[in-house]
Design a protein around this ligand. Structure first.
Ligand code: ZN
Ligand code: ZN
Length: 273
Protein backbone atom coordinates (compact mmCIF):
# COMPACT_ATOMS: atom_id res chain seq x y z
CA UNK A 1 0.00 0.00 0.00
CA UNK A 2 1.41 3.42 -0.97
CA UNK A 3 0.55 6.28 1.40
CA UNK A 4 1.12 9.87 0.17
CA UNK A 5 1.96 12.30 2.93
CA UNK A 6 2.57 16.03 2.60
CA UNK A 7 6.18 15.31 3.51
CA UNK A 8 6.72 12.46 1.00
CA UNK A 9 5.65 8.99 -0.06
CA UNK A 10 5.72 5.95 2.24
CA UNK A 11 5.27 2.31 1.25
CA UNK A 12 3.22 0.29 3.81
CA UNK A 13 3.23 0.78 7.58
CA UNK A 14 6.32 2.33 9.17
CA UNK A 15 8.95 0.15 10.86
CA UNK A 16 7.98 1.70 14.18
CA UNK A 17 4.34 0.70 13.65
CA UNK A 18 5.39 -2.83 12.60
CA UNK A 19 7.48 -3.20 15.78
CA UNK A 20 4.61 -1.95 17.93
CA UNK A 21 2.11 -4.24 16.16
CA UNK A 22 4.49 -7.21 16.48
CA UNK A 23 4.46 -6.83 20.25
CA UNK A 24 0.65 -7.29 20.35
CA UNK A 25 -1.14 -10.59 19.93
CA UNK A 26 -3.74 -10.98 17.19
CA UNK A 27 -6.53 -11.11 19.83
CA UNK A 28 -5.32 -7.86 21.46
CA UNK A 29 -5.20 -6.14 18.06
CA UNK A 30 -8.72 -7.37 17.30
CA UNK A 31 -10.03 -6.04 20.65
CA UNK A 32 -8.34 -2.66 20.08
CA UNK A 33 -9.77 -2.41 16.54
CA UNK A 34 -13.26 -3.31 17.85
CA UNK A 35 -13.03 -0.65 20.58
CA UNK A 36 -11.84 1.93 18.06
CA UNK A 37 -14.64 1.10 15.61
CA UNK A 38 -17.19 1.25 18.46
CA UNK A 39 -15.97 4.75 19.40
CA UNK A 40 -16.28 5.97 15.81
CA UNK A 41 -19.71 4.36 15.53
CA UNK A 42 -20.82 6.04 18.80
CA UNK A 43 -19.68 9.42 17.48
CA UNK A 44 -21.66 9.05 14.24
CA UNK A 45 -24.68 7.27 15.74
CA UNK A 46 -24.80 8.08 19.49
CA UNK A 47 -26.54 5.33 21.50
CA UNK A 48 -30.15 6.07 22.44
CA UNK A 49 -31.91 5.25 25.69
CA UNK A 50 -33.83 2.01 25.03
CA UNK A 51 -36.85 3.35 26.93
CA UNK A 52 -37.20 6.99 25.78
CA UNK A 53 -34.83 7.23 22.75
CA UNK A 54 -32.87 10.26 23.99
CA UNK A 55 -29.11 10.13 23.27
CA UNK A 56 -27.27 8.74 26.29
CA UNK A 57 -23.66 7.75 25.78
CA UNK A 58 -22.80 4.92 28.10
CA UNK A 59 -25.20 2.31 29.29
CA UNK A 60 -28.19 3.18 27.01
CA UNK A 61 -30.65 3.70 29.87
CA UNK A 62 -30.71 7.43 30.57
CA UNK A 63 -30.58 8.77 34.12
CA UNK A 64 -34.17 10.04 33.97
CA UNK A 65 -35.51 6.60 32.98
CA UNK A 66 -33.26 4.85 35.46
CA UNK A 67 -34.70 7.03 38.25
CA UNK A 68 -38.28 5.99 37.49
CA UNK A 69 -37.79 2.30 36.67
CA UNK A 70 -39.80 -0.03 38.96
CA UNK A 71 -36.91 -1.00 41.25
CA UNK A 72 -37.70 -4.02 43.37
CA UNK A 73 -37.01 -2.67 46.84
CA UNK A 74 -37.78 -3.79 49.43
CA UNK A 75 -37.90 -7.45 48.43
CA UNK A 76 -37.81 -10.81 50.19
CA UNK A 77 -34.11 -11.77 50.43
CA UNK A 78 -34.96 -15.41 49.81
CA UNK A 79 -37.36 -15.32 46.83
CA UNK A 80 -37.14 -11.65 45.69
CA UNK A 81 -40.89 -11.14 45.86
CA UNK A 82 -41.69 -7.42 46.24
CA UNK A 83 -42.53 -6.45 49.82
CA UNK A 84 -44.25 -3.41 51.23
CA UNK A 85 -42.17 -0.99 53.30
CA UNK A 86 -44.06 -2.20 56.41
CA UNK A 87 -42.51 -5.68 56.28
CA UNK A 88 -39.00 -4.56 55.31
CA UNK A 89 -36.38 -5.92 57.67
CA UNK A 90 -38.61 -8.74 58.90
CA UNK A 91 -36.59 -11.24 56.90
CA UNK A 92 -38.14 -13.75 54.55
CA UNK A 93 -41.72 -13.32 53.29
CA UNK A 94 -44.57 -15.39 54.73
CA UNK A 95 -44.50 -17.83 51.79
CA UNK A 96 -40.78 -18.51 52.29
CA UNK A 97 -41.23 -18.94 56.02
CA UNK A 98 -44.07 -21.43 55.42
CA UNK A 99 -42.30 -23.35 52.67
CA UNK A 100 -38.72 -22.22 51.94
CA UNK A 101 -37.57 -22.54 48.34
CA UNK A 102 -34.74 -24.92 47.48
CA UNK A 103 -32.44 -22.08 46.35
CA UNK A 104 -30.53 -20.06 48.94
CA UNK A 105 -31.27 -16.53 47.66
CA UNK A 106 -32.92 -14.86 44.68
CA UNK A 107 -32.19 -11.41 43.33
CA UNK A 108 -34.42 -9.49 40.90
CA UNK A 109 -33.43 -5.82 40.77
CA UNK A 110 -36.65 -4.80 38.96
CA UNK A 111 -40.36 -5.46 39.29
CA UNK A 112 -42.20 -6.90 36.30
CA UNK A 113 -44.10 -3.67 35.69
CA UNK A 114 -44.15 -1.02 32.94
CA UNK A 115 -41.83 -0.36 31.12
CA UNK A 116 -39.80 -3.44 32.11
CA UNK A 117 -42.62 -5.90 31.26
CA UNK A 118 -43.06 -4.27 27.85
CA UNK A 119 -39.31 -4.40 27.18
CA UNK A 120 -39.00 -8.07 28.19
CA UNK A 121 -41.97 -9.11 26.02
CA UNK A 122 -40.56 -7.14 23.11
CA UNK A 123 -37.17 -8.79 23.58
CA UNK A 124 -38.61 -12.29 23.88
CA UNK A 125 -41.38 -12.34 21.34
CA UNK A 126 -40.24 -9.71 18.80
CA UNK A 127 -36.49 -10.44 19.05
CA UNK A 128 -35.63 -6.89 20.10
CA UNK A 129 -32.38 -8.00 21.66
CA UNK A 130 -31.04 -4.44 22.03
CA UNK A 131 -32.63 -4.45 25.51
CA UNK A 132 -30.28 -7.22 26.66
CA UNK A 133 -27.09 -5.14 27.24
CA UNK A 134 -29.11 -2.67 29.32
CA UNK A 135 -30.67 -5.42 31.40
CA UNK A 136 -27.30 -7.09 31.91
CA UNK A 137 -25.93 -3.75 33.20
CA UNK A 138 -28.91 -3.41 35.56
CA UNK A 139 -28.52 -6.90 37.10
CA UNK A 140 -24.72 -6.91 37.35
CA UNK A 141 -24.43 -4.80 40.56
CA UNK A 142 -26.77 -7.24 42.39
CA UNK A 143 -24.53 -10.16 41.40
CA UNK A 144 -21.31 -8.37 42.31
CA UNK A 145 -22.62 -7.07 45.64
CA UNK A 146 -24.62 -9.99 47.01
CA UNK A 147 -23.38 -13.16 45.29
CA UNK A 148 -19.63 -12.79 45.60
CA UNK A 149 -19.03 -16.51 46.25
CA UNK A 150 -20.92 -17.62 43.12
CA UNK A 151 -18.71 -19.65 40.78
CA UNK A 152 -20.78 -20.17 37.62
CA UNK A 153 -23.91 -19.25 35.65
CA UNK A 154 -26.73 -21.63 34.69
CA UNK A 155 -29.16 -19.99 32.24
CA UNK A 156 -32.60 -21.63 32.48
CA UNK A 157 -32.55 -23.95 29.46
CA UNK A 158 -35.34 -24.05 26.89
CA UNK A 159 -36.37 -27.36 25.36
CA UNK A 160 -34.67 -27.68 21.98
CA UNK A 161 -38.01 -27.49 20.13
CA UNK A 162 -38.95 -24.23 21.82
CA UNK A 163 -35.49 -22.80 21.24
CA UNK A 164 -35.71 -23.77 17.55
CA UNK A 165 -39.09 -22.02 17.29
CA UNK A 166 -37.96 -18.86 19.07
CA UNK A 167 -34.53 -18.84 17.50
CA UNK A 168 -32.72 -17.96 20.73
CA UNK A 169 -32.84 -18.46 24.50
CA UNK A 170 -33.12 -15.08 26.23
CA UNK A 171 -31.70 -16.53 29.48
CA UNK A 172 -28.58 -17.79 27.67
CA UNK A 173 -28.08 -14.47 25.84
CA UNK A 174 -28.40 -12.60 29.14
CA UNK A 175 -25.97 -15.03 30.83
CA UNK A 176 -23.44 -14.50 28.01
CA UNK A 177 -23.35 -10.75 28.67
CA UNK A 178 -23.15 -11.24 32.44
CA UNK A 179 -20.34 -13.76 31.92
CA UNK A 180 -18.35 -11.29 29.78
CA UNK A 181 -18.53 -8.65 32.50
CA UNK A 182 -18.18 -10.86 35.59
CA UNK A 183 -15.82 -13.54 34.27
CA UNK A 184 -18.12 -16.30 35.60
CA UNK A 185 -18.29 -19.32 33.27
CA UNK A 186 -21.57 -20.64 31.82
CA UNK A 187 -22.69 -24.25 32.25
CA UNK A 188 -23.19 -25.85 28.83
CA UNK A 189 -24.44 -29.23 30.07
CA UNK A 190 -27.69 -28.30 31.86
CA UNK A 191 -30.59 -29.35 29.64
CA UNK A 192 -34.37 -29.22 29.60
CA UNK A 193 -35.12 -32.79 28.68
CA UNK A 194 -38.92 -32.61 28.80
CA UNK A 195 -40.99 -30.20 26.69
CA UNK A 196 -43.18 -28.60 29.37
CA UNK A 197 -46.40 -26.61 28.98
CA UNK A 198 -46.15 -22.85 29.68
CA UNK A 199 -46.57 -22.26 33.41
CA UNK A 200 -49.13 -19.45 33.16
CA UNK A 201 -52.67 -20.50 33.96
CA UNK A 202 -51.60 -23.56 35.99
CA UNK A 203 -52.24 -24.06 39.69
CA UNK A 204 -49.29 -24.43 42.10
CA UNK A 205 -49.61 -28.26 42.09
CA UNK A 206 -49.94 -28.38 38.31
CA UNK A 207 -46.81 -26.22 37.98
CA UNK A 208 -44.83 -28.64 40.15
CA UNK A 209 -46.14 -31.65 38.19
CA UNK A 210 -45.46 -29.89 34.88
CA UNK A 211 -41.79 -29.34 35.75
CA UNK A 212 -41.06 -32.69 37.40
CA UNK A 213 -37.87 -34.22 35.90
CA UNK A 214 -37.79 -31.43 33.33
CA UNK A 215 -34.08 -30.66 33.80
CA UNK A 216 -30.96 -32.77 33.63
CA UNK A 217 -27.24 -32.21 34.09
CA UNK A 218 -25.36 -34.19 31.43
CA UNK A 219 -22.15 -35.35 33.11
CA UNK A 220 -21.03 -33.64 36.31
CA UNK A 221 -21.78 -30.09 37.41
CA UNK A 222 -18.62 -27.98 37.25
CA UNK A 223 -19.81 -25.45 39.86
CA UNK A 224 -20.37 -25.62 43.63
CA UNK A 225 -22.35 -22.38 43.97
CA UNK A 226 -24.12 -21.76 40.64
CA UNK A 227 -26.38 -18.82 39.82
CA UNK A 228 -29.52 -19.64 37.82
CA UNK A 229 -30.09 -16.85 35.27
CA UNK A 230 -33.48 -16.04 33.73
CA UNK A 231 -35.44 -13.03 32.48
CA UNK A 232 -38.48 -13.12 34.81
CA UNK A 233 -39.38 -15.07 37.92
CA UNK A 234 -43.11 -15.48 38.53
CA UNK A 235 -43.88 -18.15 41.11
CA UNK A 236 -40.30 -19.33 41.35
CA UNK A 237 -41.28 -22.92 40.56
CA UNK A 238 -39.06 -23.20 37.45
CA UNK A 239 -36.03 -21.93 39.41
CA UNK A 240 -36.94 -24.19 42.32
CA UNK A 241 -37.05 -27.30 40.14
CA UNK A 242 -33.83 -26.39 38.37
CA UNK A 243 -32.17 -25.67 41.75
CA UNK A 244 -33.27 -29.13 42.93
CA UNK A 245 -31.60 -30.70 39.87
CA UNK A 246 -28.39 -28.70 40.46
CA UNK A 247 -28.27 -29.69 44.14
CA UNK A 248 -28.72 -33.36 43.17
CA UNK A 249 -25.84 -32.91 40.71
CA UNK A 250 -23.51 -31.80 43.52
CA UNK A 251 -24.08 -28.04 44.03
CA UNK A 252 -23.48 -26.87 47.59
CA UNK A 253 -26.02 -24.03 47.27
CA UNK A 254 -27.87 -22.37 44.41
CA UNK A 255 -28.62 -18.70 43.76
CA UNK A 256 -31.10 -17.12 41.35
CA UNK A 257 -30.63 -13.92 39.35
CA UNK A 258 -33.43 -12.57 37.14
CA UNK A 259 -34.09 -9.19 35.56
CA UNK A 260 -37.55 -8.84 37.03
CA UNK A 261 -39.85 -10.36 39.62
CA UNK A 262 -43.57 -10.67 38.99
CA UNK A 263 -45.77 -10.32 42.02
CA UNK A 264 -47.76 -13.49 42.61
CA UNK A 265 -50.77 -13.97 44.88
CA UNK A 266 -49.33 -17.22 46.33
CA UNK A 267 -46.22 -15.36 47.46
CA UNK A 268 -47.75 -12.28 49.05
CA UNK A 269 -46.05 -11.43 52.35
CA UNK A 270 -47.86 -11.69 55.70
CA UNK A 271 -50.44 -8.98 56.23
CA UNK A 272 -51.03 -8.46 52.51
CA UNK A 273 -54.63 -8.76 51.26
ZN1 ZN B 1 -34.56 7.33 28.91
ZN1 ZN C 1 -39.86 -14.96 49.99
Amino acid sequence: MIVHHAWGTQTGPSDEFRRWRGSKSRATMHRMESRCLKRIQNLIFPPLCVFCSTPCPGNCCCNRCSAILPWNTPACPRCATPLTAAVEGDGDCAACRAQPPVFTAALSPLKYEFPVDMAIKSMKFRRNLYYLPVFSELVLPALQTHLQDADGLVPVPLHRWRQALRGFNQALELARLISQRSGLPIAKNVLRVRATKTQSGLTADERKQNLRNAFEVAGGLAFRRPVIVDDVMTTGETCNQLARTLLSAGAERVYVLTIARAEHADLMPAGEP
